[in-house]
Design a protein around this ligand. Structure first.
Ligand SMILES: [Cu+2]
Length: 119
C-alpha cells in the first residue's frame, strides 16, 4: 500500500509538471446553477483528455467556502452525457466556493482544486 501511494504521488507529480493539468484529464469547467436556499445546487463539469470528452469516470468533489468555514460538503458526480458530469450539492449559502475534485477511472486517480462561483 505504501509503495502504491508513493508511486501514485510520483506519477501525479510527473504529470502535473508535464502538462499543467492533473494527469491526462483536464477538468475544463465547473459551473453552478443559481442558488436557492434549502434546495440543492447543480454543479456541472467537463472532463477531457486533450479535446476529447472522457466517459466512465468516477468523479467526486469536496466543497469548501473560500473565505468562510462551513465545513466540507461532499458531492458525488454522475455522467450526464459524454464527458459531462453533474452533482447535487446542498449548500448553506451562495458565494465563492472551492472544490477539490477527485477523478478516478479505477486505475488512475487524480485531484484538482477548482474555483466555483455560486450565484
Ligand atoms: Cu459562507
Amino acid at each position: 500500500m505504501r509503495m502504491f501511494l508513493l508511486f501514485m504521488t510520483i506519477a501525479g507529480l510527473f504529470t502535473l509538471t508535464a502538462c499543467g493539468s492533473v494527469g491526462n484529464w483536464k477538468v475544463d469547467v465547473l459551473t453552478s446553477s443559481p442558488f436557492h436556499e434549502g434546495k440543492p445546487t447543480t454543479l456541472t463539469m467537463q472532463i477531457k483528455a486533450g479535446n476529447t470528452p472522457v466517459s466512465g469516470l468516477q468523479v467526486q468533489a469536496d466543497l469548501e467556502m473560500k473565505n468562510m468555514d462551513h465545513g466540507t460538503i461532499d458531492v458525488s458526480f454522475h455522467e450526464k452525457e459524454k464527458g459531462t458530469y453533474t452533482g447535487e450539492a446542498l449548500l448553506p449559502m451562495n458565494g465563492d466556493w472551492v472544490g477539490l475534485i477527485t477523478v478516478n477511472d479505477g486505475k488512475n486517480k487524480q485531484e484538482k482544486e477548482i474555483d466555483v462561483k455560486v450565484e
